[in-house]
Write a protein that binds this ligand. Structure first.
Ligand code: NAD
Length: 282
């Protein structure tokens, strides 16, 4: 009797193993990981740094269709090729434009409407980081930084709203910065723009709650992207500012763009369905 049941158990085990083999667990777990399958996402400033890493993650890991924007056509084309290369190029559209130019934003959303009809996720990420000590702040520095980081972000969101579907909700993620709540040398204007972005997240959470659109701000610490080269002249100055920023980071290093992308991915997906109005430091 006990001998027979032992044989039965072995038989059962073999049959279970064969069933599991046929289910191809590797493919199954990949399917389960696609948190943004069927979703349409717009990422402003997606041709470099955090925006590009997020677009790559959304497409390759999470299964979304992504529209990216950028000011320079050649960089945008390179980014589109990079994002699409393992995905049959049928997962990404690049739309050239400046977020501080309202006509460019109209063209962006007209393209999204024509190609996909709606938006589920907006990552308002495009931004510039330029720095000047108090006493040397120019009107041009003020206008440019507020024009892109505040006006550009505000209209990127406002003009997208008609494309969020009633009843389906959605997720809007705003890229702020730890500079929004911490004093850094020469950061008067940049920090003020990012404080405005955090304020937008709080107000829009309330404004958009009836439409079930969640709004969250993220505040990255120092992340190794080209943003530093646009702000500072020499390699030596870039190294200096990176070292001084790292000195105040508990992790003792700069973050990578993909480490921010992972947090954005969480906020974009239903994994964060009860998270809104938040300020998420990465
Ligand atoms: P980045 O320079 O690599 O990327 C900025 C992106 O924004 C680029 O694609 C650029 O083309 C785009 N962009 C800039 N101005 C634009 C405009 N007027 N219209 C359209 N696109 C425009 O830098 P990044 O570090 O990836 O920056 C992305 C965002 O992250 C910015 O808002 C930045 O303030 C924020 N941020 C960066 C850090 C960091 O340490 N790198 C830290 C906190 C917050």
């Amino acid at each position: 009797m006990s001998r027979i049941s032992k044989i039965d158990n072995v038989g059962n085990l073999l049959s279970i193993r064969s069933t599991l083999t046929n289910l191809k667990p590797t493919n199954m777990s990949k399917e389960i990981m696609k948190k943004l399958e069927g979703k349409v996402a717009v990422i402003t400033g997606g041709s470099s740094g955090i925006g590009l890493a997020t677009a790559q993650r959304f497409v390759s890991e999470e299964g979304a269709y992504v529209f990216i924007t950028g000011r320079r056509q050649s960089e945008l084309d390179t980014a589109v090729r990079q994002i699409g290369k393992n995905n049959n190029n049928n997962t990404v559209t690049g739309v050239q434009g400046d977020v501080s130019n309202l006509a460019d934003l109209d063209r962006l959303y007209a393209t999204v409407k024509e190609q996909k009809g709606h938006i589920d996720i907006l990552f308002a990420n495009a931004g510039v980081g330029e720095f000047a000590p108090l006493g040397e702040i120019t009107e041009a520095h003020f206008d440019k930084t507020f024009g892109i980081n505040v006006k550009g972000l505000l209209f990127s969101v406002q003009k997208a709203l008609p494309l969020f579907q009633d009843g389906r909700g959605g997720s809007i993620i705003l890229n702020a910065s730890i500079a929004s709540s911490k004093g850094f040398e020469t950061s008067t204007i940049y920090s003020a723009t990012k404080a405005a972005v955090r304020s937008f997240a709080r107000t829009w959470t309330v404004d958009l709650k009836q439409r079930k659109i969640r709004v969250n701000a993220i505040s990255p610490g120092p992340i190794d992207t080209p943003i530093f080269s646009s702000a500072i002249q020499t390699e030596e100055q870039i190294e200096q500012i990176k070292n001084s920023l790292v000195a105040s980071v508990p992790m003792g290093r700069m973050g990578s763009p993909d480490e921010v992308a992972k947090a954005v991915s969480f906020l974009a997906s239903d994994d964060s369905s009860y998270v809104t109005g938040g300020h998420n430091v990465v």
